[in-house]
Design a protein around this ligand. Structure first.
Ligand code: NAP
Length: 356
C-alpha cells in the first residue's frame, strides 16, 4: 500500500483588518507547510509602520481583505527545510517586506530582488504557490530563508524589528545616493517618524550635518537632544524655510501624508537631490521652475535588498544604532494604530506578540 504524506497547514492566530475602517481583530488562518527552502518562525515582535495603517485602510486602493499587516518581523526559528543550511532551530531571525521574487532575473541576480517584477510582499499579496500572504501581526510565519536575515546577538530583538523596514528603507536610499561615501554633507530629513528618526541616526553615524524638517514644533528638542540632529526647521514657518534656502545637499522625504515637495526643493543647493521614500496615496506635485533652476534630481526608493539588510544589521550592531521604540501589548493594537494615524508616536511602535 502506498504511503500517504500528511499535509499539515498550520493554523495561526493573527490580527486582521476586515474593511477600510482598518480596525484590527483576531483572525485565524492557515500558513503553508514548511517547504524545502523555508524556515518556520515563532514571531516575537513586529514593528508597526505607518504603511500598515495605509494598507489596512485601503489608502492605495489595492487592499484585499482580510489583511494581516506587519513587515518588521523578528522571531525564533522553529523548523527548517531540507535546503536550508544557514539557519537552525533556535536562531534569532528577521523578515522584512519581501516574501518572494523570481530569483532568476537580472535584478534578482544583482541583489536588487526588491525591484523584481515578480516580487511579492509579505502581506496583501499572493505567493507563487497561490496562497495569500499574511504579515507579522500574527504568532507564526513560514518564510523562504533566502529573504531572512540573522539578528545579531547584541541587538535586542524588539529594537531590531523596525530595522527590517524603517531602517533599511532609509539606509538603502541614503547609501544609493552615495551619502555614506562622503562625510560632511548637509542633509535634511523631512518627517520625524519611524523612518525619519532612523535617517537622522544614520546621517549622524556617517558624519553628516543633519537638519530635521518637521511640521511638529514639539519634536525640536527630541530631534536635537535625543537623536543628535544639528538643526531643526519648522516647515510650517515660511521665515524658517526662506532662511534655509539653498542650504542642503540632500533631502530624504519620509512623509506619509499628501504634500507638495515644492517648498522643500527650495531648501536644496544647486545640484541637490531629493529622495522620496514616504508613500502618500495621492500623486506628489512639484513646481518646475525651482527644479530646473536648481538642477535638482528627484528620485524614489523602496526598502532595500537582503544583502543590504545584512550589511545594515552589522553596522547597527557595531555602532549601537537602534530605533527608539514603544512596546505595544496586543490588547492595545487598535489604540496604537489610531495613534500612528494621528502622528502620535516617538518613534516606532513594536507589537509584543510573544507575550500576548
Ligand atoms: P510615521 O512614523 O507616521 O512618520 C511620518 C512623518 O511624516 C510624521 O512623523 C510627520 O513628521 C510627517 N507628517 C505627517 N503628516 C504630515 C503632513 N501633512 N505634512 C508633512 N509632514 C507630515 O510614518 P513612517 O512609518 O515613518 O512611514 C512614512 C511613510 O513611508 C509612509 O507613507 C510609509 O508607507 C512609507 N514607507 C515607505 C517605504 C519604502 O520602501 N519607500 C517603506 C516603509 C514605509 P513631523 O511630525 O516631523 O512632520
Amino acid at each position: 500500500m502506498a504511503m500517504e504524506t500528511a499535509i499539515h497547514t498550520p493554523e495561526v492566530l493573527g490580527w486582521a483588518a476586515h474593511d477600510a475602517t482598518g480596525k484590527l481583530s483576531p483572525f485565524i488562518f492557515t500558513r503553508r507547510e514548511n517547504g524545502v527552502n523555508d524556515v518556520t518562525i515563532k514571531i516575537m515582535y513586529c514593528g508597526m509602520c505607518r504603511g500598515d495603517v495605509q494598507f489596512a485602510k485601503n489608502d492605495f486602493g489595492n487592499t484585499t481583505y482580510p489583511i494581516v499587516p506587519g513587515y518588521e518581523i523578528v522571531g525564533i526559528v522553529t523548523k527548517t527545510g531540507s535546503n536550508v543550511s544557514n539557519f537552525k532551530i533556535g536562531d534569532r531571525v528577521g523578515v522584512g517586506y519581501v516574501s518572494s521574487s523570481c530569483l532568476d532575473c537580472e535584478l534578482c541576480n544583482t541583489s536588487r530582488e526588491h525591484y523584481c517584477d515578480q516580487m511579492r510582499p509579505v502581506y496583501n499579496s499572493v505567493a507563487s504557490d497561490g496562497t495569500v500572504t499574511y504579515g507579522g501581526y500574527s504568532q507564526m510565519i513560514v518564510a523562504d530563508h533566502r529573504y531572512c536575515v540573522h539578528i545579531p546577538e547584541n541587538l535586542a530583538l524588539e529594537r531590531a524589528a523596525p530595522l527590517l523596514v524603517a531602517g533599511i528603507t532609509v539606509y538603502s536610499a541614503m547609501k544609493n545616493s552615495n551619502i555614506f561615501e562622503c562625510p560632511g554633507k548637509r542633509i535634511g530629513v523631512i518627517g520625524l517618524g519611524g523612518l525619519g528618526h532612523m535617517a537622522v541616526k544614520f546621517g549622524k553615524a556617517f558624519g553628516h550635518q543633519v537638519t530635521v524638517i518637521s511640521t511638529s514644533s514639539s519634536k525640536k528638542e527630541l530631534a536635537i537632544q535625543r537623536l543628535g540632529a544639528d538643526d531643526f526647521i519648522l516647515s510650517t514657518d515660511p521665515t524658517q524655510m526662506q532662511g534655509n534656502r539653498r542650504s542642503l545637499d540632500f533631502i530624504l522625504d519620509t512623509v506619509s501624508a499628501n504634500h507638495s515637495v515644492g517648498p522643500y526643493i527650495e531648501l536644496l543647493k544647486v545640484d541637490g537631490t531629493l529622495a522620496i521614500v514616504g508613500a502618500p496615496s495621492k500623486p506628489i506635485d512639484f513646481p518646475s521652475l525651482p527644479l530646473i533652476c536648481g538642477k535638482i534630481t528627484i528620485k524614489g526608493s523602496i526598502i532595500g535588498s537582503v544583502e543590504e539588510i545584512k550589511e545594515m544589521m552589522e553596522f547597527c550592531e557595531k555602532y549601537e544604532i537602534l530605533p527608539e521604540i514603544e512596546i505595544v501589548p496586543i490588547n492595545k493594537i487598535n489604540e496604537a494604530f489610531d495613534r500612528l494615524a494621528k502622528n502620535d508616536v516617538k518613534f516606532r511602535f513594536v507589537l509584543d506578540i510573544a507575550s500576548s
